[in-house]
Design a protein around this ligand. Structure first.
Ligand SMILES: [Fe+2]
Length: 243
């Protein structure tokens, strides 16, 4: 079984100092357990986006193995390829001084870059049979922001189920207002609040569930909510707060 380290996630996302990269540093690893998980400085210079390995072998029965493999190996890989292609095209545009396709490539960068970042977080938002509980600090933030854990989960699930067309449900830390919020991200990049740090995400593009759940998105979302990885989410929260 291959597990992601914080260093791996930062390298795979390749977003340098962006908040999404910070958000992705909560993966539990054997490295973590040894206490050797201090944030390591990113390698100098821009990083090529790479597809991370899955941190587990299966999420059955919640997500069937065929969907997991296709989702990771084909769909997520496509976003990695698309993000790198956009970066390369923009580099060529700068070199040539030709920005005739600037709108196309900037949109492609936002779409594929966000798709890559969210999928990387998606693999660490669930764990076989679920894992852990919110840390004391995260639990306090949940209570302050939503009233209690059940109200937060109810909003997270309802918002995720109600995403229009393809998108994501996102539980995020919003640093300006110092609160947790739930967002609906349409496609990958629309309807965010800048500066938010995603803690948990749920993919409701049909490719995430249609083989097993067909048109029953709500059943898929409820199943995902039953195996959330609160251990990883708590670490992402601590990183976001600078704790
Ligand atoms: Fe997806």
């Amino acid at each position: 079984m291959v597990r992601l380290s914080r260093r791996d996630v930062l390298r795979h996302i390749g977003l340098g100092g962006l908040s999404l990269a910070m958000a992705a540093t909560g993966c539990d690893t054997q490295e973590d357990e040894k206490g050797a998980h201090e944030m390591e400085p990113a390698a100098a210079g821009p990083q090529t986006y790479t597809l991370p390995d899955l941190p587990y072998e299966s999420l059955e029965p919640v997500i069937d193995d065929a969907t997991l493999a296709l989702h990771h190996d084909k769909h997520h890989a496509g976003y990695v390829k698309g993000a790198n292609a956009a970066v390369e095209a923009l580099e060529q545009a700068r070199a040539a001084g030709d920005f005739g396709l600037i709108k196309h490539w900037e949109r492609a960068l936002a779409f594929h870059g966000s798709g890559h970042a969210l999928h990387t977080l998606y693999w660490t938002s669930m764990w076989p049979e679920g894992r852990g509980e919110p840390s004391a600090d995260l639990a306090a933030a949940v209570e302050a922001s939503f009233g209690d854990h059940e109200k937060m989960l109810a909003q997270f699930a309802a918002a995720t189920k109600a995403v229009e067309a393809s998108g994501w449900g996102v539980l995020a830390w919003e640093p300006v207002g110092q609160r947790l919020i739930v967002l609906q991200a349409e496609r990958h990049q629309d309807l965010t609040v800048w500066g938010c740090v995603p803690l948990l995400v749920c993919d409701v593009w049909e490719h995430a569930y249609y083989l097993k759940y067909k048109n029953k998105r709500a059943e898929y979302v409820d199943a995902c909510m039953s195996i959330l990885d609160w251990q990883s989410a708590s670490k992402r929260f601590a990183a976001a707060k600078g704790a």
